[in-house]
Design a protein around this ligand. Sequence first.
Ligand code: TYD
Length: 141
Amino acid sequence: MIGLSQVQMVEFPLHGDERGRLVVVEGMKDIPFDIKRLFYIYGSDKDVVRGTHANRKSEFVLINVAGTSKVKVKDGLGNEKVFDLDRPNIGVYLPTLVWKDMYDFSADSVLLVLSNEPYDATEYIRDYDEFCRIVSEQKGE
Ligand code: TYD
């Protein structure tokens, strides 16, 4: 499982005292890249599936800073894993060239996404068959 073996849950330092809690995510320290972009997804219904793409250049860390969701990750070779994002101080690291589906959003879900790359629509692979082709070509190299 070349691609999926790099997909990992990450637990972030949680600083808590009587004033509340604070979670820290530093690039190249708590996650394996410098952060060039962040975006967040909220207001998605429970039956919505987002993502449904792979990336040639972007790596991601996904954190449900509020609420919960799930992420299904596929390597294009028949292997898949599901990750539950159900605490604000855990995330999942996704390397390049893995297919991801985000779903099962709670009504209060705010899914924060950090990336090593600025947005470039041309590095997104949005066709699953094309993704499988690219992965098997890479494997053959
Ligand atoms: P999309 O990739 O469909 O979101 P997701 O995969 O997370 O469900 O993006 C939705 C829209 O937002 C689309 O028009 C492209 C735009 N967008 C940006 O402009 N910059 C970004 O960094 C991202 C992730 C999306």
